[in-house]
Design a protein around this ligand. Sequence first.
Ligand code: GLA
Length: 326
Amino acid sequence: MRPKLLYEAYENDFLIGAAVSRKNLKNYHTLLKNFNSITPENELKFENIHPARDNFNFDDFDKMVSYAKENEKVVRGHTLIWHNQIPKWLVEEKNLDRQNLLKDMEMHISTIMDRYRNSVYCWDVVNEAITDENDGIFRDTFWKRYIGNDFIDRAFFFAHEAVPKAQLYLNEYNLEIENKADKLIEVIKNLKKNHVPIHGVGIQGHYSIYFPKIKMIQNMFEVFSKLDLMLQITELDVSMFRFEDRRKDLKTPTNEMIENQKRYYNKLFKLFREYKDLISGITFWGVADDYTWLDDYPVQGRKNWPLLFDIRHQPKAIFNELISRS
Ligand code: GLA
């Protein structure tokens, strides 16, 4: 009997996804067999898919959607409204005000969602709207500045109107930190009070072998289990470095790092399974260590090894452990 694929090992628990770009589909084709969900890494970002007011560039994402269909995977839509990777035409518009921006927002959301109504089952409608600072709840972004605090409400209403059956998520990071989780809860309460159609919270999950402690993640699940929303881990990776660590000299991970990462992923997946009724999907932000955004963040040009497959596309020991656990 052939060994199980990763998604098969968790088939009764949640979807297992990976973020990938169109140009890497071929390169990762064999490894992608382990995932039953994909997320476009950048193809749906505003500046890429909507580079001019009257011009949408659907080609890249169309190709990804066909690939997903041919290979029997579902697609997570990431992301519609975010403060990064937005185009010049939008930001530099002459008559920028609430009404005009709401029109642009609606046009953006409805055009994209309508096109992919039968190929994308869930959307990160808004990404990273909450501030990490002690200066209130919302991050000071382009969207908030011109539309106001209800830009999240509006985005979700537009999305629901475009495709009523789509699952709509609010995606965030650092939710393992109590202060930020409290703000999220406040936001969700208000959305619900205003009858905003929201179905889930996306937890990015950019972790490291040092932080957050698994207990913090469990506490977050406990608190969020009362929200009456689904949860998804949307951008999982486990960096080998503390965030403050700016070393650049390591060419390969140390044995200690590899062991710590194995331990961390093991505990993490044990926890995910305990909360499987709450969690509908786990998506990794990448496929194998030969290509990860962490090679350039937070230290430009520093190699990192955050995923389940190594730089030569070989499964790490942890990959086999996660599979044999089922
Ligand atoms: C954020 C975004 C993702 C991606 C990652 C890393 O978490 O939500 O789309 O851009 O940063 O690059």
